[in-house]
Design a binder for this molecule. Structure first.
Ligand code: ZN
Length: 408
């Protein structure tokens, strides 16, 4: 089974100056897309089997850049044999009456951008929708699937068409899969299950499995948004050939969670937040802006900045073994307290700092940038942590696939 990593323009500056928190001067000159690097460019082995690129992520300016560079493979600097799957990003237009594209323009987009696989133009269906609306959306998805095949054949395009099953329960998804098979699709996908429970997903796959033809006639059965480690054996048992997940990347910098930094043994850690002291910095949920924080704490901006830099210095010294755990935890928490009342990170931060998991990771990101990877602060640290997570996740994923293959 294969893992696809969704791409959301996940780039970092490889020459970022972490001490002064500055982008490299070269970046300004040659532009972010040429200068910055994608996750896969940092590792000497693959961290995914394929890349997933949603149409809704590719803004017109990016599309132009891709065309100028040649195709998706040259733009993402991927080897030609790494499959790139395009889909329409139906979740983004879930509230629209109809999808914001035509089948013809989607096909042309896939073909001229050089996608390996193109997923037909679908529309999400939610179980809470009235019957008539569910049927209407299912009809849109099926009509588009037929037109997608017809137009592709008429235009003699190379992109491999993937029929996608939407539905509101196991039965409706099974029926959609049957219809797609009747149309002649041998590459299939199941959509709209990214937020479903493991149990719902198992039930859906159990329902679909009996209608799948035998003898490997189905060349792909992709499950959108559901590459969960807990499900790998079941996905393989029921004929799923690939899945994707944005979680390794997203969890690195999402909300108040304590699972920002992943490890191969399954333990996950909170990243240590060191908000940047910035005039008029954006106020985020649960975090005071620097201005508010300064007023509340009776400090000047300069005091705040000094404390910020001292905390960063201590973290680096702790990493180097020059200061102790308590001194570091205290400094981190004192600085953290300045940024709002409802911040109780002591247990999580103590655990992170005590275990020093980033020192035990042998990935190139942790080896080169060390403690910076565990600091929750700005794109260059947070996305690097996401890259590390993607590497860790793919190792775990492959291990489970190997295990399942050997036990059958
Ligand atoms: Zn690492």
């Amino acid at each position: 089974m294969h893992f696809y990593l969704p791409n959301f323009e996940d780039l970092v500056d490889p020459e970022y100056d972490f001490i002064n928190d500055e982008y490299s001067p070269r970046r300004e000159k040659i532009g972010r897309f040429q200068h910055d690097q994608y996750a896969h460019e940092f590792f000497n082995k693959p961290i995914f089997d394929g890349m997933l690129v949603s149409k809704t992520v590719v803004k017109p300016a990016t599309e132009k850049r891709i065309r100028t560079s040649g195709n998706v493979h040259t733009f993402f600097r991927l080897a030609k044999d790494v499959p790139v799957m395009g889909d329409c990003g139906a979740f983004t237009y879930r509230d629209a009456q109809i999808p914001p594209y035509t089948v013809k323009e989607i096909l042309e987009y896939y073909e001229t951008m050089g996608f390996t696989y193109g997923v037909a133009l679908d529309h999400l269906i939610f179980p809470t929708m009235p019957d008539a609306e569910r049927s209407r959306r299912l009809k849109i998805t099926l009509d588009n699937a037929q037109e997608f095949l017809d137009q592709r054949a008429a235009l003699n395009y190379q992109v491999i068409p993937v029929g996608i099953a939407q539905g509101w329960d196991a039965t409706s998804r099974r029926e959609t899969i049957q219809r797609l098979l009747e149309m002649g699709y041998d590459h299939l996908a199941i959509g709209g299950m990214a937020r479903s429970s493991d149990q719902e997903i198992r039930e859906t796959l159990q329902a679909i499995y009996p209608v799948l033809p035998e003898n490997d006639q189905v060349k792909m059965l992709h499950l959108f948004g559901v590459a969960r480690l807990s499900l790998v054996p079941d996905l393989m048992r029921y004929g799923v050939t690939s899945a994707d997940s944005a979680s390794p990347m997203r969890r690195a910098f999402l909300g108040t969670s304590e699972d920002n930094y992943w490890t191969t043994n399954g333990t996950r850690y909170a990243a240590v937040r060191i908000p940047e002291v910035k005039e008029g910095g954006p106020k985020k949920r649960g975090v005071d802006s620097t201005g508010e924080a300064a007023v509340k704490n009776g400090m000047t901006m300069d005091n705040m900045k000094a404390m910020e830099h001292e905390t960063l210095r201590l973290l680096r010294a702790y990493h180097a073994g020059e200061v102790g755990l308590e001194e570091t935890v205290t400094a981190v928490l004192d600085y953290d307290q300045l940024h709002g009342d409802k911040r109780d990170h002591e247990a999580a931060y103590r655990r992170t700092l005590k275990d020093k998991a980033w020192q035990k990771c042998n990935c190139p990101i942790c080896e080169q940038w060390g403690v910076e990877v565990i600091i929750f602060r700005g794109n260059n640290r947070n996305r690097r942590r996401g890259f590390h997570n993607a590497y860790v996740f793919y190792q775990q994923f492959q291990e489970l696939v190997r295990k399942q293959k050997s036990t059958g």
